[in-house]
Design a protein around this ligand. Structure first.
Ligand code: SF4
Ligand code: SF4
Length: 439
């Protein structure tokens, strides 16, 4: 079936899905992995290993007793060679565990298929598995799957939209692991007692739609929805509206309208984890961009330095001038190829000089294109103006925190104004002010 609603705004971006036909290739064990203690939204983990410790695959190396957090596991066997704070994009310093690998990939004794007989036990297993939202946000999955009792959830949406240009890792996951995806969905239907499941996929992936529609044909609880390819179709609020017509109010969560959204990768992981007990230690990553010699989809151990991943695919065909973790619309620019692949990394893009050029900003001509493109009904030009002026009160009035940082406004701006960058800065300034006891 096709979608019934179309969200307001958004942009038609070129797809550049060059790697859609590239089967996932498994990368070997790197010489070392670099594993930061924050790979999720919520409280950071504390290292529970020390320098010189021997560790095995699947062993917990970082944890927190806070509810909104997610444990971190070793993706390799080897020796802990360093524990120190390291600088990551955004100027954030994060405690990081470095492990020199021994190539044996010995599996830790804690890795055994888990058993559960209640929802509570299931959620505890999910928590201990280290699963976070694999669609990009990194929200701990056990929290997402535990809506408060006064917010009954009747609908589960599986996000296979993958609306960012270049990225095909979810698409490959559907093609290569469809059985795990359906198996994970069935587990969630039992545990969450939802009435209906929708799998949302953009119409530029007809093979994925056909495959999953065929498998779910006889199942009246699961439907595949063909979504119009329009960015940011895969953002939670847009996806929920497109499929159910329900609007998540500003500042509210999907559970407020009776919905939980999970990424295709996440449900597939749940199925595989329940069979093996192996926690989240690997990711499928799309490697592409004008500077990349051989665009590919690669299964990578979490913590693998980006340089190793690029080298594995054949390296660069020209000097990379911009490297992004994630897609070109929402990805985070990297300043070092020694940064590691994280739990929610879905793409590594490297662009040459011509594509990396940032055009100079010119004054706003008040054309209103950014307003029309904003799927959250915000006024990006006014947000930009007030961030630059330091008008903090006005930023609240303009609902800056409703911005999902999709970048649609920057994409359409004829004056090339750095709208989303300034909004991110404004949000960070408001957070700092709040931490100091301001608004
Ligand atoms: S799109 Fe750019 S030029 Fe047009 S109103 Fe928005 S900020 Fe101004
Ligand atoms: S203001 Fe935020 S939500 Fe609106 S288009 Fe710009 S980045 Fe997207």
């Amino acid at each position: 079936m096709s979608m019934r609603n179309m969200f307001k705004g958004g942009v038609a971006v070129p797809h550049y899905k060059n790697t859609a036909g590239c089967s996932t290739v498994k990368m070997g064990v790197p010489e070392k992995v670099v594993i930061p203690m924050v790979q999720h939204i919520g409280a950071p983990c504390e290292p529970v290993v020390k320098k010189g410790d021997n560790v095995k695959v699947g062993q917990v190396i970082g944890s927190s007793d806070k509810y909104v957090s997610s444990p971190i596991h070793s993706s390799v066997s080897g020796v802990v060679s360093d524990i120190s704070p390291r600088l990551y994009p955004g100027g954030v310093s994060v405690m990081t565990v470095e492990i020199k690998t021994d190539g044996k990939q010995e599996i830790h004794e804690s890795v055994t298929p888990p058993k559960y007989s209640s929802k509570k036990e299931f959620l505890e297993i999910i928590r201990q598995s280290g699963l976070v939202g694999l669609g990009g946000a990194g929200f701990p999955a056990h929290v997402k799957l535990s809506p408060p009792p006064d917010k009954p959830v009747d609908t589960l949406i599986i996000n296979g939209a993958e609306c960012e240009p270049f990225i095909t890792s979810d698409y490959r996951h559907i093609i290569e692991n469809s059985d795990s995806i359906i198996d994970g969905i069935k587990m969630l239907i039992d545990v969450l007692e939802v009435k209906h499941v929708w799998i949302g996929i953009e119409d530029n992936k007809p093979e994925a739609i056909k495959l999953l529609s065929g498998i779910t044909d006889e199942d009246s609880t699961i439907d595949v929805v063909k979504l119009k390819s329009r960015y940011p179709q895969g953002a939670e609020k847009m996806l929920i509206y497109s499929i159910t017509g329900r609007k998540v109010p500003p500042g509210k969560l999907p559970a407020d309208v009776g919905v939980i959204v999970m990424n295709v990768n996440s449900v597939s992981f749940i199925s595989q984890h329940m069979k093996t007990g192996m926690p989240l230690i690997k990711k499928i990553v799309t490697v592409d961009g004008s500077a990349v010699k051989n665009p590919s989809n690669v299964e990578v151990l979490i913590g693998t330095p980006l340089e190793d991943v690029f080298n594995f695919t054949g390296g660069f065909k020209s000097e990379p001038r911009k490297v992004l973790m994630g897609g070109p619309m929402m990805g985070i620019a990297q300043f070092s190829l020694q940064a590691p692949v994280l739990k929610h990394t879905n793409a590594l893009l490297a662009f040459d000089e011509a594509d990396a050029k940032v055009p100079p900003e010119s004054p706003c001509i008040r054309c209103g294109k950014c307003v029309s493109a904003c799927p959250m009904n915000l006024l990006p030009l006014s947000l930009n103006f007030n961030v630059l002026k330091g008008n903090m009160d006005e930023l609240h009035n303009l609902h800056i925190n409703d911005c999902i940082e999709c970048g649609s406004c920057s994409y359409v701006c004829p004056s090339k104004r750095h709208l989303v960058q300034s909004i991110r800065l404004g949000k960070a300034q408001l957070r700092q002010a709040a931490a100091k006891g301001g608004k």
